[in-house]
Design a binder for this molecule. Structure first.
Ligand SMILES: Cc1ncc(COP(=O)(O)O)c(C=O)c1O
Length: 384
């Protein structure tokens, strides 16, 4: 058991001197808000992802909300998404005025099942929001095929999928919009933060306007050395812009993204080996030619096989000094959605079972070899 003062915090990010110095540089310059560092972070992400445009915002929730608005959806339009996601995915659809529709996941990949998407299409369906769950790529060939056939917009929720690739192409570049999260536990962090990538110039322009009160183009420059610029409010937008203070962290996090990925891959492989003979469900192997982002290492605790319930497993891990997470109780487990949409967990049985059995173990590039050994030992002890 780890001593109390060495509790292994779940999802604690690896922050290095470069980020700290860059934040200090912003503080000293006095330019804290949206400015050149945000522009630089957008440029860097465009190159990393191979996307034509990138619009930085203050969360992935904002990125999803604006993407659905920019897609031109209207009240009553239906958007199909996965029940195995963070509530933000579904809430963004609701806030954009559309109606969420759930299509259950594939039990192995834990990603939205294209066949169930097909089965959920109605004359009102306008968009699909797939989530590359834990960093495992969705079947974008199938989803894009369905979208083409039914003229649907695709908004990829890439909150877990910065590094995810399908046949050499980065997640987020298959759909009309790709939404990224830089929340503290993510693979690239800015504290809070998000970004939309898109190849469509008009979509990018609309996203920029919507992200800053609906003010006309490049409103953030109005206090720059180019001189004061009048702006016009062209629609009722939101206050969703990213700050330079956040981008200062993100620029250096992104520069080390593949280095950190390699470290998480190493940890992932150690977990796979250490747990292979335990009575746990382990993450599905990645299809050849694709790349997993190694964002979440989730195990399934089936009480009939382990003799311990998932919640007792979580508590016991915490008692051993290891922080754990749950990604996620399925969306229909929550009272708001039950009351508003009449959803029941049984409607999506695969997501329901996963949500009731899943536990996420720490998987950060910050973990030392000794930390990884502690996680492995704690799992073994808890199941013994
Ligand atoms: C799948 C998924 N979508 C969306 C979000 C929302 O991201 P953010 O916290 O940046 O708004 C998260 C965050 O945890 C997530 O995991």
């Amino acid at each position: 058991m780890r001593p109390k003062d060495r509790f292994l915090v779940f999802g604690s990010p690896l922050i290095e001197d470069r980020e700290i110095e860059e934040v200090a540089d912003s503080m000293k310059s006095g330019w804290l808000g949206t400015g050149p560092k945000v522009r630089q972070f957008e440029e860097d992400m465009k190159s990393y992802k191979g996307a034509r445009h990138a619009v930085a915002v203050n969360s992935c929730t904002a990125a999803l909300h604006l993407s659905i608005l920019a897609a031109g959806l209207k009240p009553g339009d239906e958007v199909i998404t996965t029940p195995l996601t963070f509530c933000a995915t579904v809430n963004a659809i609701i806030h954009a005025g559309a109606t969420p529709v759930l299509a259950d996941v594939d039990p192995k990949t834990m990603n939205i099942d294209p066949e169930r998407v097909r089965g959920s299409i109605t004359p009102r369906t306008r968009a699909v929001v797939p989530v590359h769950f834990a960093g495992h790529p969705c079947d974008m060939d199938e989803l894009c095929g369905i979208a083409r056939q039914h003229e649907l917009i695709i908004v990829e929720d890439c909150a877990h999928a910065i590094e995810t690739e399908i046949k050499g192409r980065k997640a987020g570049t298959f759909g009309d919009f790709g939404c990224l999260s830089f929340y503290v536990t993510k693979n690239v962090v800015t504290g809070e933060g998000g970004m939309v990538i898109t190849d469509n110039k008009d979509h990018a322009a609309r996203l920029k306007v919507l992200a800053l009160h609906g003010m006309s183009k490049d409103a953030w420059k109005r206090f720059s050395d180019e001189g004061f610029k009048h702006y016009q409010v062209v629609e009722a937008g939101f206050k969703y812009n990213m700050m330079d203070l956040q981008a200062a962290i993100g620029i250096h996090q992104l520069a080390r993204v593949d280095e950190n990925w390699l470290r998480r891959k190493e940890i992932w492989e150690r977990f796979d080996t250490a747990f292979q003979d335990l009575p746990l469900g382990l993450p599905a192997p990645i299809e050849s030619g694709n790349r997993h982002s190694y964002h979440l290492y989730t195990v399934l605790v089936d009480e009939e096989k382990t003799g311990i319930s998932r919640d007792d497993f979580l508590n016991a891990m915490t008692w051993h000094g290891i922080g754990v997470g749950v990604h996620y109780l399925s969306i229909p487990e929550h009272p708001y959605y039950q009351e508003t949409y009449g959803w029941n967990p049984e409607d999506c049985p695969n997501a329901m079972r996963i949500g009731r059995q899943t536990a996420s173990l720490p998987l950060s590039a910050k973990l030392s070899d000794a930390d990884v050994a502690d996680v492995i030992e704690a799992v073994a002890r808890v199941l013994a």
